[in-house]
Design a protein around this ligand. Structure first.
Ligand code: BDP
Length: 604
């Protein structure tokens, strides 16, 4: 799916800004043909939750409505006009002038609809109804309930089955873009590097709609120099003396695609791409023929006020903070991040593990200590109870369609912390891995990241994965505060994985300790900045002792907002930066360690 850009044949109307907003109290039916009553001003893109300073809005579960007027300049009416949402969380019904024109389920991928037939000259009323309901059929997974209050009114409640706040709203840019009536619909670029000869074969496949006499593809380098020119919709070229996209040293080529009628360029789109080779050989993760070592983070899209909404200044800052401490990668835990962030990572050379929103696939997930005390908490029965397979297939399709050309995307993560140890997990996951592998023409490695209950002897799905990705909290959730015992347990587990899969790379995709900025102790007490540093030093020793260990992505880059819970004090505090991105003490230790570990060639 192409990202909307302005070219000589395409333009964009930006619909970001102040919209009207109201929560749906489900007392009176809302008519999408009329302006919303008693609506408040709200900024788009952003989560709605933290903008209005009202408890009932922040905690609202159910439906909300957004509205704005749209006027299309007359000169644009001859073009094909497409309304595009970067995302709408989690389910959207879109109306123009009272007519439903599209519907999309899934809060982290873009969708679009042609709107020529629904528009009139002058003002048009654009209304979006959103649901933030998550249940056992959606991704992420929510515990959904409906009760009735004292007045007989239905009360909906979504209890997150995961550890981040269920922010919702129009999270990403909304645009109307134009294309000619005959247009370039999609571009798929697959580079194949010949490292020995320093060359690359680049395959470009173009989907078009309408009639073109010819399609021309020109490959340009960063100096705008033409390196190849081809005609056709499935074309190959070979680039000699190729500039590779390297971790932290990005190089981007551009494929300029032109649809031609009678010698005239009717439509034109330019797609950036990087050329790099990813391979897994004998327990190592190679980029461009050298073993790569992941240093970085699990993150969140989470900032003050914007919530999970796009915040480009924070994206830029986060990447610069990563660079400042010698990191080279992150995982889009626990959902696809904005297209804007992916484009930035292409430019900056950040290596990304691109994750679906499959989080919460575990009936036993619980932060409820009273339930634990009164008999073991929730029951394990995930694969018979949850019905997320269809949603899971859909997000894999939509994620790969969106991100397939990104050089920064080096691994797909199919899920985070599912019940991979339960009976039925293999049957659930095998078709998902097969689908991802079939759809991705670049054949990137696929993985899932596993929870501590999924051990070498209990994981039912590890044979499916290309990399063993572990979320491990030895010394925090287990052996809490006892780093000596934790170190032994962590090292012992890695040995078992190495024995089981001598040829699969192993990495940590989460490890961390809640730490409150400004808490200190002489006695290595948990929650203090000293303990956080001791914890990371302990883990570093374990990693360095494991031959096939290819990376450390800690949890979390920054403190982030979660649902209420007795394990959370205004959110999760495992950040090495706080939510404002101020460093905790451990940042100095990590900077020293990571700056001394090269991105390529660390463990030969
Ligand atoms: C893991 C989850 C992550 C949590 C983290 C934690 O993948 O979402 O925030 O642990 O508990 O279970 O801090």
């Amino acid at each position: 799916m192409l990202y909307p850009i302005v070219t000589q044949t395409r333009s964009i109307l930006d619909l970001n800004g102040i919209w009207k907003f109201t929560i749906d109290k489900e007392v009176e039916k809302i008519d999408p043909a009329k302006p919303l009553k008693n609506a408040k001003n709200i900024a788009v893109p952003a989560s709605f939750n933290d903008q209005l300073a009202l408890q009932e809005i922040r905690q609202h579960s159910g439906f909300v409505w957004y509205q704005r007027e749209v006027t299309i300049p007359n000169y644009m009416f001859n073009e094909r006009l497409v309304l595009r949402f970067g995302s709408a969380t989690h389910e959207a019904w879109v109306y123009i002038n009272g007519k439903e024109i599209t519907h999309h389920k899934g809060g982290f991928t873009p969708f679009e609809v042609e709107i020529n037939n629904f528009l009139k000259t002058g003002k048009n009323l654009l209304i979006v109804k959103l649901s933030n309901i998550l249940d056992y059929t959606t991704l992420p997974v929510g515990n959904y309930s409906e009760t009735v209050d004292a007045n007989g009114k239905k009360v909906r409640k979504v209890d997150e089955n995961f550890d981040f706040f269920n922010y919702a709203g129009l999270h990403r840019p909304i645009k109307i873009y134009s294309t000619p009536k005959s247009y370039i619909e999609d571009i798929t670029i697959v580079p194949d590097v010949d490292l020995k000869n320093k060359s690359a074969k680049v395959n470009v496949e173009i989907a078009t709609k309408g009639k073109f006499d010819a399609v021309k593809v020109t490959i340009l380098d960063e100096e705008e120099k033409e390196v190849a020119q081809m005609t056709g919709t499935t074309v190959d070229c070979t680039i000699q003396n190729v500039h590779l996209w390297q971790p932290m040293q990005a190089y981007l080529y551009r494929a300029k695609v032109e649809g031609i009628v009678k010698g005239e360029v009717v439509d034109c789109y330019t797609e950036e791409f990087g050329i790099r080779k990813i391979e897994i050989v004998k327990g190592k993760f190679f980029i461009n023929g050298e073993p790569f070592y992941f240093k970085g983070f699990g993150k969140h899209e989470d900032t003050y006020v914007n919530g999970r909404g796009l915040n480009e200044a924070y994206n830029v800052l986060d990447i610069n903070l990563m660079k400042a401490i010698g990191a080279n990668s992150f995982r889009t835990s626990h959902y696809p991040y904005s297209e804007e962030m992916m484009r930035l990572c292409d430019r900056e050379g950040i290596v990304v593990i691109d994750e679906t929103p499959a989080v919460g696939l575990m009936t036993a997930f619980n932060f409820d200590i009273s339930a634990l005390l009164s008999g073991g908490g929730k029951k394990e029965n995930t694969w018979n109870t949850m019905h997320t397979h269809e949603a899971h297939m859909q997000v894999i399709r939509e994620l790969i369609a969106r991100d397939k050309n990104h050089a920064c995307v080096c691994v797909w993560s199919i899920a985070n912390e599912a019940s991979n140890h339960e009976e039925g997990a293999y049957e659930y996951f095998a078709p998902l891995f097969a689908l991802a592998r079939e759809l991705d023409k670049q054949k990137r490695p696929c993985t899932y990241v596993s929870i501590m209950s999924t051990m070498p002897n209990t994981d039912k799905t590890s044979s499916l994965t290309d990399i063993i990705c572990l979320n491990r909290y030895y010394g925090w959730y287990l052996q809490h505060g006892d780093l000596l015992t934790a170190e032994k347990a962590a090292a012992a587990e890695l040995k078992e994985w190495e024995k089981l899969y001598p040829d699969k790379p192993i990495m940590y995709t989460e490890y961390g300790a809640d730490t409150v900025s400004g808490f200190h102790s002489m006695y290595g007490e948990p929650f203090t900045e000293e303990f956080q540093q001791d914890y990371y030093e302990m883990n570093s020793r374990v990693f360095d002792g494991c031959k096939n260990f290819v990376g450390e992505q800690l949890w979390n880059f920054a403190d982030f907002q979660t649902k209420f819970g007795i394990f959370r004090v205004q959110g999760n505090k495992k950040g090495i930066f706080n939510r404002a991105r101020e460093p905790k003490m451990v940042v100095r230790y990590l900077r020293k360690r990571w700056k001394s570990i090269p991105d390529l060639g660390f463990k030969k």
